[in-house]
Design a protein around this ligand. Structure first.
Ligand SMILES: CC(C)(COP(=O)(O)OP(=O)(O)OC[C@H]1O[C@@H](n2cnc3c(N)ncnc32)[C@H](O)[C@@H]1OP(=O)(O)O)[C@@H](O)C(=O)NCCC(=O)NCCS
Length: 402
């Protein structure tokens, strides 16, 4: 189906080529474009001189970030007579609840926009966004949104000034490095794996008012990247609680774990020799003397993977404590998985789970910015959605977006 969409799209774009010979936008073709796109992504990843930067390796699969959405598209921009690939963009469409209203919406997510450093400010990014938006409209998207860092002024200017997106939500990204030692979990806490068919029921109940809850949650939970959903409950409640029923205990914390290690790897480059030596020294010491429980630094200077936590929720007075232990449990899972360097979560600014998730402030950022735009005329509640404050403190962050 996706290939068919790409083929339809290729035809339309070839027609448009006549009106602008310098920039040609067409669908990505794996055999033809993979090497050039990888080179372009590497070039765009170049960090600032003298500053640490994070580099992403898409593991030889440039389409990996959208592959898990049933409707997705990747476009490339060619420039000039040489028809070099100078830009790339991805888009996908999902069916989500907007929170305020019960009517699900088709929401397009635009991501992975990159323009070669040698071809910026020539309108390449603009052309790519125009085309991806056109595809989103054709496929019935009601809204489109993007996520970027608050400091990415070129991207923010482009979407807000040029394409009339409005700033929408700014969730916080919390990062917990994986240490060389296990983290202790209280003996009074039980951690139970919940089967996917029960999780669907639980999440539909817990996130009934949350924004961006995906209607295909069952597909997410049965994806091979999903490592499971776990619930922490006070051990004393266990005899009277059967997880199979989907009935929630008085006090609990729940989350699901997504293995992004199979999709991309990250690497930190550009740190000073002294920083490198201190970080690696802390790790060596931690693995030799684990009982000291040093907050050691993971080896982020080689490629590392990340576990992404989603569906985080808690209830009852014990909820925050249970969530803390649940995050420790995932940390220990990540420690056992060679090459996993961090556990990451993204939560709403006002979400109470935020305070309970262990994280390192230095690595976390509170300024992820989501910008959104209405793509077609809507009536009723759906129309006012983006102007209203969030319907609940929690945002459901789709792990496929990461
Ligand atoms: C952001 C990016 C895609 C823009 O691509 P581009 O081809 O240079 O963009 P365009 O030439 O089409 O410019 C479109 C608008 O974007 C804004 N813009 C682009 N670069 C800008 C810059 N350096 N400073 C301020 N605004 C900028 C402007 O509003 C511009 O309109 P204008 O030229 O009429 O002023 C490109 O800078 C890039 O690849 N950056 C690195 C990756 C990235 O940040 N991706 C975006 C993730 S959301």
């Amino acid at each position: 189906m996706v290939q068919k969409i790409a083929d339809e799209y290729r035809l339309q774009i070839i027609t448009e080529q006549n009106s602008n010979n310098l920039i040609v936008v067409r669908a990505y073709c794996e055999e033809r474009d993979k090497v050039s796109v990888e080179e372009l992504e590497r070039q765009c990843d170049v960090g600032q001189k003298g500053k640490a930067s994070i580099f992403t390796d898409l593991l030889g699969d440039p389409i990996c970030r959208i592959r898990h959405f049933p409707l997705h598209l990747m476009l490339v921009a060619e420039y000039g007579e040489a028809r070099d690939i100078v830009g790339v963009i991805r888009g996908c469409i999902k069916h989500v609840t907007p929170g305020h209203s019960h009517h699900p919406l088709n929401l397009a997510y635009i991501l992975g926009l990159r323009v070669s450093t040698t071809h910026r400010r020539l309108g390449v990014g603009t052309k790519l966004v125009e085309h991806v938006e056109k595809w989103c409209k054709q496929k019935g998207a009601d809204y489109a949104y993007i996520a970027t860092e608050c400091a990415n002024q070129p991207c923010i200017n482009m979407f807000t000034h040029k394409f009339s997106y409005t700033k929408f939500r700014s969730p916080t990204v919390l990062v917990q490095p994986v240490h060389a030692h296990y983290k202790p979990i209280s003996s009074g806490v039980a951690i139970v794996r919940i089967p996917p068919h029960v999780v669907v029921k639980i999440y539909r109940q817990l996130f009934a008012n949350a924004e961006l809850f995906p209607m295909d949650i069952d597909a997410i939970l049965s994806n091979k990247l999903n490592l499971g959903t776990f619930m922490a409950v006070p051990k004393k409640l266990l005899p009277n609680w059967n997880p199979e029923t989907g009935i929630l205990p008085q006090s609990f914390a729940v989350l699901s774990v997504w293995n992004t290690k199979e999709v991309f790897k990250l690497q930190v480059k550009g740190v000073s020799k002294l920083t490198y030596a201190c970080c690696m020294g802390s790790r060596v010491l931690d693995s030799w003397l684990p009982w000291l429980r040093l907050p050691s630094f993971p080896d982020v200077f080689s490629q590392f993977g990340v576990y992404f936590l989603y569906g985080l929720s808690m209830r009852g007075s014990d909820g925050p404590r249970l969530l803390k232990f649940l995050c420790r449990f995932v940390h220990n899972m990540a420690k056992d998985d060679v090459g996993c360097g961090a556990v990451v979560a993204e939560v709403g600014q006002q979400d109470p789970v935020r305070a309970a998730i262990p994280h390192w402030r230095r690595f976390s950022w509170s300024e992820d910015l989501w910008c959104i735009k209405k793509l077609r005329d809507l009536e009723g509640d759906e129309c006012n959605w983006i102007k209203s404050p969030p319907s609940s403190a929690g945002i459901f962050v789709d792990p496929r977006d990461i």
